[in-house]
Write a protein that binds this ligand. Structure first.
Ligand code: SF4
Length: 577
């Protein structure tokens, strides 16, 4: 079947052995690829601790990887999170998925625990486990320089080595499997890095039909103000959102105690472009190129990073935010959780940190030194250990990103329904509540949000399984991507069957969380959002969320999903068939 190589690699680091197995055709059919593959294959291991021998970490490509479909170069990484204990997937850019596919493999599954620090090297069909030798103890930049840039790399820094619960995996220097601590899963396995090169060809069933689907997607992208407009994603990167979210007065400020930061203009997309003369950069196969790099090669922070090292910590110093981003990338740390945990610490200690102190705390976390050792557990464990759990702005232990839920009720709901904890990208209601795409809705109302969130979750799940980028869907839709996948695989998907594949994966994730004891008690926001108002002036009022409206909407969501009253899925994923 085209679209898949039909082969995957399984490596056992305890025994130092590997084998190649057939990618199950029914897995391709039901779960498509990427996130779907990983979630389906982790099923039998999910109740094991993240650092046990039996817990795999799965790197999965999708059917569009290596083809000319726009934004098709992405990869999913799936395991159990050290931070949230939920099933956890990250969608990541860079070249890794393409090299994996060209090397002849759909997936790389790594289990076991090595006794010594090792790296994995894959060159086409040649697989070897090597002594990590002098790489242990080095951060990402140094390690990447030693490994070289022929092919693609996945590396953990010192944070992953030291088991920081929100350590990331850094691909090709600066594409991150950022959230959830999957870098600490690699660290537990004593796996310092993976290097992969592939020279094979990726076959497409109908190149003419793929070309046509690509042209349609490109036409929609070019016509989209959100993507290629004057103030859009391509021009300013995700930091284009700084002004938009500021104007809506839903900018998480000082650990979510306020919802507007008067000085955020100092680190907006425009300010970064002016100060650093940024250029466009992006993942393989992407025409949007939303990543930004400064004239001297500085990697520019994304929206969530600028906002959380900015407003969330009461800091408007752009240079320190760019440096905090660099430190997080070098240590291999999730920027959202790092900045949020520091903001939680700052509220606990009653002291706003200066830009210099902020940077010092990033290093302390990466090294697990001094207060950094307690903070490296994440804000929930830190706040609980100090007897102030209410200061952790998390859902299921995952720190909330840069949209105050009091300013967008669909986002409030989707934070709690998310299977991996407080995440903006599971449903991304900002698309319709703020960007007003594909339809405009009232951001301060729960009416219709339960169904809207459910549908968006299913769509975004299958986008992660295709492995495409969610940003392309500001312009295109699954309609065009169904044509692309059919052209690649010679199958006959339509929008409905793709959404059903997304729903199947979603329900399975929920079932896996149910097996680990997650239920309604975990689907809740920090009390602050129900108790305190955000910023208000004569134009915009950000009141606290009404608890009853929120609870009623969650009930409605459970009914639409087919969960029981406690939010559990006990009959697994089959309901979606
Ligand atoms: S839009 Fe940005 S994140 Fe998405 S594939 Fe392109 S460069 Fe990567």
């Amino acid at each position: 079947m085209t679209g898949y190589t039909g082969k995957s690699i399984r490596i056992d680091l305890s025994e130092g052995v590997w084998d190649i197995f057939e990618t199950p055709p029914e897995l391709c059919e039901k779960y498509i690829g990427g996130r779907g593959f990983g979630v389906a294959l982790i099923r039998e291991h999910i109740t094991k601790p993240f650092d046990s021998e039996d817990m795999p970490i799965i790197f999965a490509s999708g059917p569009l990887v290596g083809t000319s479909a726009p934004t098709s170069g992405r990869l999913s990484v799936v395991s159990r999170s050290p931070l949230t204990s939920t099933v956890f997937d990250c969608s990541v850019g860079g070249r890794f998925a393409t090299e994996l596919k060209r090397a002849g493999f759909d997936m790389l599954i790594i289990s076991g625990l090595s006794r010594e620090w090792v790296t994995i090297d894959i060159q086409d069909g040649n697989i070897s486990i090597k002594d990590a030798g002098g790489l242990y103890g080095r951060n990402v930049e140094e390690t990447a320089a030693i490994l070289g840039d022929d092919g693609s790399t996945a590396i953990i820094g010192r944070a992953g080595e030291r088991g920081v619960r929100f350590a990331s995996i850094v691909f090709d220097g600066h594409y991150l499997a950022g959230r959830g601590g999957l870098g600490a899963v690699m660290g537990a396995k004593r796996l310092k890095a993976i290097k992969i090169r592939g020279t094979g060809e990726v076959k497409v069933a109908d190149p003419g039909a793929l070309k046509k689907a690509r042209e349609e997607i490109m036409r929609l992208l070019r016509a989209s103000p959100a993507v290629f407009g004057e103030f859009g994603l391509s021009e300013f990167g995700t930091a284009a959102l700084v002004d938009l979210i500021h104007a809506r007065r839903m900018e998480p400020t000082e650990n979510f105690r306020k919802s507007v930061f008067p000085k955020s203009g100092q680190y907006s997309g425009y300010s970064m472009k002016t100060a650093y003369h940024t250029k466009k950069k992006g993942c393989r196969g992407c025409p949007i190129l939303c990543k930004k790099v400064g004239r001297a090669g500085e990697v520019m922070p994304e929206f969530e990073t600028v906002s959380h090292f900015g407003a969330l910590n009461g800091n408007s110093d752009l240079q320190s935010i760019v440096e905090a981003n660099r430190l997080c990338n070098d240590y291999g740390l999730d920027t959202i959780t790092t900045a949020s945990t520091i903001a939680c610490y700052s509220e606990f200690s009653g002291k706003r940190l200066s830009p210099e102190e902020l940077l010092r705390h990033v290093v302390l976390i990466g090294e697990r030194q001094g207060i950094g050792d307690a903070l490296s557990e994440g804000s929930r464990r830190f706040a609980e250990s100090k007897g102030v759990p209410e200061l952790s702005m998390t859902v299921k232990g995952l720190e909330l990103p840069a949209y105050d839920p009091r300013g967008a009720y669909g986002m409030a709901l989707s934070y709690v329904t998310s299977n991996r904890g407080g995440c903006h990208l599971r449903a991304y209601p900002i698309s319709y509540e703020i960007l007003r795409k594909p339809v405009a809705v009232d951001r301060f109302s729960f009416v219709g949000k339960a169904r809207m969130v459910k549908i968006s979750e299913d769509i975004n799940t299958v986008i992660d399984s295709l492995t495409a980028c969610k940003f392309v869907f500001f312009a295109a839709s699954l309609e065009e991507y169904a044509k692309a996948i059919n052209a690649v695989t010679a199958r006959e998907y339509d929008v409905q069957s793709l959404v059903r594949a997304g729903e199947r994966t979603w329900l399975l994730e929920r079932h896996l969380n149910t097996l680990n004891g997650f239920s309604r008690k975990d689907d809740d926001l920090p009390e602050r959002f129900f108790r305190d108002a955000g910023y208000s002036d004569e134009n915009v009022t950000i009141p606290p969320i009404r608890r009853k409206d929120f609870d009623d909407t969650l009930d409605r969501y459970y009914r639409i999903r087919g969960y029981d009253e406690e939010g559990r899925v006990t009959e697994e994923d089959e309901r979606a068939d």
